[in-house]
Design a protein around this ligand. Structure first.
Ligand SMILES: [Zn+2]
Length: 281
């Protein structure tokens, strides 16, 4: 599941490789992958790519002539660059940008659900695009003071993943951040004391920054289908805590799992049952 560090390294690597390249044509083979119809997709033909940026977990592919492609990977998408054209048999293709030099930028999506999307927007529309304007401030590299940002009586596990509150953190990195900060996932944002706020700030900036630094040395083109995420807690329930050696535990939800260390984060309390976790909300 791509989050801020994964989208950041992908934007950097693909941006380095395609900036200046000219688009020959674009196709949207995915069902409803393209969410806009004006300007038409043919408007990208003959335009150069001027940069690839990131906002939260979204890509912003800038084109000549004040056009921008906004790309959202959702939970199972990947943005990848290939040296040749996609086979028609590649059922993962949702959106393709064919470049005049023969390469192809491809939004692919793994799994059965088709949820990843692309919007083609002119500059004024980009400024009003709700998926962007509703995003909270960036979690990295310099989030605003958390005291105001997280002053809500919601558990941190939910609050930190709410893109309207702070942009870029998802299910994987929230486990890592809260473990690094030694704070319970069910602690409420408004209940954090100054010391916890400071630890949480350092954990957010540190863990996301370290992940990006890791990818900067480990990831080159082509972007792999599965990024080697340097996770030490998430989905490692049953393994020893990297800090104290205690057993990492998990709370299971319908389609995901939250991991934590009882000794480091919850004063030894086990939060095994998701019914219990609902009560704590
Ligand atoms: Zn521990």
């Amino acid at each position: 599941m791509p989050e801020l560090p994964e989208v950041e390294i992908t934007a950097r690597r693909i941006g380095e490789a395609v900036t200046g390249a000219v688009i020959e044509s674009a196709m949207a083979p995915g069902i409803n992958a393209l969410k806009t119809y004006d300007p038409p997709l043919t408007a990208v033909e003959g335009r150069a790519i001027t940069g690839v940026g990131r906002r939260g977990k979204l890509f912003l592919i800038s084109l000549e002539g004040d056009l921008t492609l906004v790309v959202h990977l959702m939970s199972a998408g990947r943005l990848q660059l290939f040296d040749s054209r996609a086979s028609l048999r590649d059922r993962t293709s949702r959106f393709l940008l064919r470049l005049t030099d023969g390469r192809e930028l491809r939004l692919r999506e793994f799994g059965t659900r088709q949820r990843a999307w692309v919007k083609l927007l002119r500059s004024p529309e980009l400024g009003a695009e709700e998926t962007l304007t509703e995003l909270g401030p960036e979690a990295w590299p310099d989030p605003p003071p958390l005291e105001q940002l997280l002053d809500e009586p919601r558990p941190l596990y939910a609050l930190l993943r709410d893109q309207h509150v702070v942009a870029g953190i998802g299910r994987s990195w929230v486990d890592e951040i809260l473990h690094a900060a030694r704070i319970s996932p069910f602690k409420r944002g408004s209940d954090l004391d100054p010391d916890e706020l400071a630890r949480l700030h350092d954990a957010i900036v540190g863990r996301l920054g370290d992940a990006i630094a890791h990818y900067q040395t480990a990831i080159n083109l082509p972007i792999p289908d599965k990024l080697p995420m340097p996770l030490t807690v998430h989905r490692r329930n049953g393994e020893p805590c990297p800090r104290c050696g205690d057993r990492l535990e998990a709370v299971f939800y319908e389609d995901y799992v939250m991991c934590y260390c009882p000794t480091c984060q919850t004063e030894g309390k086990l939060l095994k049952d998701r019914r219990l976790s609902r009560l704590l909300k």
